[in-house]
Design a protein around this ligand. Structure first.
Ligand code: NAD
Length: 286
């Protein structure tokens, strides 16, 4: 609880308890990161096994980053699985990181918003849906913002803090303060397709997919990018992000560039090869 005191008080965001919904690639790591940084965190998912897997992954992160047994144990205590979301009403901030489908996210919001504290922030980690489409039906759209993390969360410091026409200035201010308060770098962004980072990143990924379709070997594409100075190549990055997520964002960005999403990506998704999380995407993972 030491970390809690240090970060909760005087930071201006008034956030002590974070409830994360969706314990997949992103939600699991967001929950682990927030707990490591001193927040009390509960983690919800319709799939209880996903929650268990995320807690195990969080344990590995704590051991790697926190070093001492006391600090590791304290972080473990701050993070609790809550598959059914029984504790959403305790949270000052709810972060949604479930499947990238408007109607599923809206149905979740309709279910949880009445259970939330009236002044709690509701944030979405969506990569491709504009917030105007998600705030439909919310009773308190002023409390709704985007907190868009990047994958892998423990490695990448940036979080886009996304606003929309009905978000209050106070919600944005709290969102920015929270991001700083858990040791990430906030970037304020408007709710436009792809926000800011994906507008830059996706033309690069789409071009890598097109090169593959033209017959350039995957390794050659990745090696070129790594030699240029990127930490990993675009094909490996796409597998890390998840090809389903890439397809969703790609479908938003590709028309803006006047190109089509290369068909090879959809074929891999249909074959159950969504990237690293399935053990196979463009590459195969042990
Ligand atoms: P994922 O498939 O790894 O995880 C999604 C989780 O949500 C699954 O565990 C699933 O069981 C759960 N879920 C689905 N519907 C639910 C519901 N109604 N209630 C509770 N749990 C539910 O997906 P992900 O890659 O972590 O992506 C999650 C969100 O984050 C998406 O909106 C995506 O666009 C966004 N995002 C992804 C990345 C990335 O690189 N993967 C980056 C930034 C943002």
């Amino acid at each position: 609880q030491e970390g809690l005191k240090a970060r909760g008080a005087g930071t201006g965001h008034g956030i002590h308890h974070v409830h994360v919904i969706g314990a997949g690639v992103m939600g699991g790591d967001i929950a682990a990161w927030a707990a490591m940084q001193g927040f009390n965190v509960t983690l919800q998912d319709q799939n209880a096994q996903a929650v268990q897997a995320a807690l195990a992954r969080a344990g590995t992160l704590f051991e790697k980053r926190l070093k001492t047994a006391d600090r590791i144990e304290a972080a473990r205590r701050r993070l609790a699985g809550d598959p059914e979301g029984a504790r959403v009403g305790e949270a000052d901030l709810v972060i949604e990181a479930i499947v990238e489908k408007v109607e599923v996210k809206r149905a979740l919001f309709a279910d949880i918003e009445p259970k939330m504290k009236p002044d709690a922030l509701l944030a979405t980690n969506t990569s491709s849906i504009v917030l105007e489409d998600l705030r439909e039906g919310l009773a308190r759209p002023q409390n709704f913002i985007g907190l868009h993390y990047f994958n892998p969360v423990p490695m990448l410091p940036l979080v886009e803090v996304v606003h929309h026409d009905q978000a209050s200035g106070e919600s944005l201010r709290r969102g920015l303060a929270f991001v700083r308060g858990h040791d990430k770098l906030p970037l304020a962004a408007a709710s436009a397709p792809g926000f800011l980072v994906n507008r830059i990143l996706f033309p690069y990924l789409l071009e890598a997919f097109r090169l593959r379709e033209e017959g350039v070997p995957l390794r050659a594409i990745d090696e070129a990018a790594v030699r240029f100075g990127m930490p990993m190549g675009p094909v490996e990055l796409a597998d890390q992000v998840g090809l389903d997520v890439c397809a969703h964002v790609g479908a938003v960005i590709a028309p803006k560039l006047g190109v089509e999403l290369p068909g090879g990506v959809e074929a891999l998704i249909a074959a159950g090869k969504r990237g690293r999380k399935d053990g196979e995407g463009f590459y195969t993972y042990p």
